[in-house]
Design a protein around this ligand. Sequence first.
Ligand code: ADP
Ligand code: ASP
Ligand code: MG
Length: 417
Amino acid sequence: MALIVQKFGGTSIGTAERIESVADRIALFRDRGDDIVVVVSAMSGETNRLVALAQSIDENPNEREYDVLLATGEQVTIALLSMALNKRGIAARSYTGSQVHILTDSAHNKARILDIEEKNLRTDLDKGRVIVVAGFQGVDESGNITTLGRGGSDTTAVALAAALKADECQIYTDVDGVYTTDPRVVPEAQRLDKITFEEMLEMASLGSKVLQIRAVEFAGKYNVPLRVLSSFDEPNFKDDEPNGTLITFEKDEKESEMEQALISGIAFNRDEAKLTILGVPDEPGVAYKILGPIGDNNIEIDMIIQNIGADGTTDFTFTVHRNDLSVAKEILTNTANELGAREVIGDDKIVKISIVGVGMRSHAGIASQMFKALADEGININMISTSEIKISVVVDEKYLELGVRTLHSAFGLEQSS
Ligand code: ADP
Ligand code: ASP
Ligand code: MG
């Protein structure tokens, strides 16, 4: 008998039939004698609908009220799923985030989980109940409802698994695991039986939305066994068959020796925008003068490039989230006036494509292989950034699909698994 946290995403519970099917799956686990804590998202499309509704009233809605609204989506699905379980003779209880006391900080729309009271959960589990918890939401110290950022139900599930020291946290979605890249863009992408936390963290932070980055961080920090699976497949209880994708600490030594693939996956992000300030004085402190005011406005900066100066001036380019472009451009225009810079250019028709793999550490030449593959397709690289296990490039938005497919085949990912 195991304690398992199972999270079902929007498409997995997008209709009444899907909810019935999820209830059937939970019943099979119960028949085995497992204790189950379930976390659900809102029905697919519901959170987007709520966002649009809020924006039809106010383009920049009050953050507190926005969270009150967004949290309603998950309240619907916890109740419906609990009804479906009760109908099957399974004792189940639904709880909102504030009812199970998922304590968060007060950063509305992107709150961080600080603590979860496990006492009440244990009482329910001891009584043989299935607990159904609303994902993506919590409550701050003053009792305000908070939400955890889009895709945040993954994080709720991992946090509950950590608090309860569950045997496994299973993330059920519409694909049967983590793939070498988004299978919607490259149908030949391969499912990975395993991926390391380190790689998954990079993939998630570079745009692979199959797991929310905070969920991966949390699972790594608290040692939560984490698996991604499809809610559309029959459950597989055979221990000797790979099931979905397991996120692990290390690849087996034997496996990594045999493994030819240097790159585990390709991630991409459509949410970035680029800002360039031209003709700034090339003198000490200029980077600080440009980026300081951006940071002071809580705008995160991703990639940065400063060109080699000529004639005592230089150009400076950096990327921000697309939603921050207009505010960042306004700030930068003020800075440009103060510094006597020539021009400010904003561009949101860009994307970031990244290759990720721990194999990169021990191999030279990966970057040139990447750049050559892109050059052969006539794809111009605007910016580059690297770390130990990833290389990212910024390219024109129109090259997204071509770029991802090109790199996927250049690194032989179709054949690996
Ligand atoms: P859920 O609603 O279940 O949380 P998401 O839409 O958040 O589901 O995440 C699943 C989706 O993530 C898949 O449908 C797939 O298109 C996308 N995805 C992006 N990158 C990957 C990847 N490397 N492997 C698998 N899926 C990926
Ligand atoms: N319903 C929320 C969203 O769409 C949270 C989640 O699905 O994880 O972002
Ligand atoms: Mg998701």
